[in-house]
Ligand binder design. Structure first.
Ligand code: ATP
Ligand code: MN
Length: 477
């Protein structure tokens, strides 16, 4: 019996001169004879050889780029260059035509901007196929890492009534009639009449809920979509992105840094093995893209070397205070080249982070113990009374890829902090309860999944590493 096999399976077949049946989309059709077929299972195309004498001209016209076809034939050794095997086609069926007059993904270079406009067809390109296979494997590696280390996968809610997290602007979820909302006696919108009987939003992070499960199951993680309504049109921000958030009981900040480093090294190492072909392809693309850039804007290392470098080197760990000292001694600071101020107490901007990572240390850097005033309410206060046990992991070319902290486990300190920030204890009563009943040191962090995919694939715009990007004014598809 001839069964439908993937091109990946066929290309790795040990046997020759066997019957095969394949389905896929035509990449190119040359000399009325050679079809390059791809079915998405691998970067490689399968060469199909047909005898043009057997088909009408009309039929041959339908074998065009983008058409879906089915072929049956014999797998044989290929005499041509570029492939070891090919299929001598005996039976060929056109499953779905793709009119060459209108089909937009032709076998030539398209700009990334153009491909974003056809996000439903861009997965048909070699580039997006490669990116999405890497993305998929990275997601799998994340689950595998946590599973191997006895973490439990917790599904935290997408809809939340918490709006105290302060991680960013939120999207509101409502079923109220926007033209005619119910009002309270004071003339405010009456959210008691809304679907949840209160104001609700899309989550910006699953952390607070994950903490509740860490304080019962010990080691947990969430991995799901998060939403931020910030109007930031950068190459590193999406309105909808995926975040990986482990949360661990009885773990302090040092342990949290160890976990973050071990974790990212594992997932990068995983895809370097599982997607070696894709990474080679992506590395070539990046070199090509960077040719048009001035020398000082190009990457220091080819993509795979950069990934290997991450695996082999220990991340530098410095306190925020040390980071400020280094920045103040730096050339760009002295020459007034930084756009934003460098001063103890202000948040580090991307230009500062990138100086530390790319110029000063030439290595991933973990900065810890940030000023309390620029970080979230739940981070553990240090004995100095002015810094908190926060950590950011900074990567070359990306900047912040992970943000995390040891959480404030002391009830009185947490309540005081909330009071100072005007966060009503009643709104977070369940979160406060964790500090009343069986409280313990615990820590966690959030990894922006797309930023990791960007780093691994070398794509400079975050819109190109998620199937359907959501950004201000863009929610097509
Ligand atoms: P940034 O300062 O880069 O905007 P943040 O400090 O607001 O990020 P966190 O709240 O610490 O981000 O979120 C944890 C991680 O999620 C970040 O380290 C980053 O990798 C990722 N992330 C945050 N905001 C976005 C976004 N809008 N799009 C994609 N990834 C994001
Ligand atoms: Mn952060």
């Amino acid at each position: 019996m001839i069964v439908h096999q993937s091109i990946k399976e066929i290309l790795s077949s040990e046997k020759l001169n066997i019957p095969v049946k394949v389905r896929g989309w035509v990449k190119t059709f040359r000399n009325d004879r050679f079809i390059a077929l791809n079915d998405g299972s691998t970067l490689q195309h399968l060469q199909l050889v047909i005898d043009p004498e057997k088909y009408s001209e009309d039929f041959l016209k339908k074998i065009s780029t983008g058409a879906a076809i089915e072929a049956e034939g014999e797998l044989v050794e290929s005499l041509g260059k570029g492939q070891k095997v090919e299929v001598q086609v005996e039976k060929l069926k056109i499953l779905g035509e793709a009119d060459p007059e209108t089909y937009p993904v032709q076998p030539k270079r398209h700009t990334l901007e153009f491909l974003r406009e056809i996000a439903h067809l861009r997965p048909r390109t070699n580039l997006f196929g490669a990116i999405m296979r890497v993305r998929s494997d990275l997601a799998f590696a994340i689950h595998e890492y946590f599973h191997q280390n006895d973490f439990f996968y917790i599904h935290t809610p997408i809809i939340t009534a918490i709006d105290a997290e302060g991680a960013g602007q939120m999207f509101q979820v409502t079923t109220l009639d926007l033209k005619n909302p119910p009002l309270t006696e004071e003339g405010e919108i009456d959210y008691k009449k809304d679907f949840f009987g209160r104001k609700a939003n899309l989550t910006v992070s699953g952390q607070l809920e994950a903490e509740t499960y860490a304080m019962a199951l010990g080691k947990v993680y969430t991995f799901g979509p998060t939403f931020r309504a910030e109007n930031s049109n950068t190459t590193r921000h999406l309105a909808e992105f995926w975040m990986v958030e482990p949360e661990v009981a009885f773990l302090d900040l040092d342990g949290n840094m160890d976990l973050a480093e071990d974790f990212v090294k594992y997932i990068i190492g995983y895809v370097m093995k599982s997607r070696a072909g894709e990474l080679e392809f992506l590395e070539k693309r990046l070199l090509q893209e960077e040719k048009s850039l001035p020398a000082n804007k190009r990457s220091d290392m080819p993509l795979r070397e950069k990934l290997q470098f991450i695996l082999e080197n220990q991340f530098v760990r410095i306190s925020y205070t040390e980071a400020i000292e280094i920045l103040k001694q730096s050339k760009p600071y002295k020459k007034k080249k930084f756009q934003f101020p460098v001063e103890w107490g202000v948040d580090l901007q991307s230009e500062h982070e990138r100086y530390l990572v790319e110029k000063h240390f030439k290595s991933p850097v973990i900065i810890y113990d940030y000023p309390a005033d620029i970080k979230a309410f739940y981070m553990r206060l240090n004995p100095d009374g002015k810094t908190v046990r926060a950590m950011d992991v900074l990567f070359p070319g990306i900047g912040e890829i992970i943000g995390g902290s040891q959480r404030e486990e002391r009830l009185d300190v947490l309540l005081e902090k909330m009071k100072k920030l005007g966060i009503d204890e009643k709104d977070l009563w369940w979160y406060v309860d964790l500090r009343k009943y069986g409280t313990a040191v615990h820590s966690g962090f959030g990894l922006g999944f797309e930023r990791m995919v960007q780093f691994v694939t070398g794509m400079s715009n975050i819109r190109d590493v998620i199937p359907f990007p959501r950004t201000p004014k863009h929610a097509d598809f």
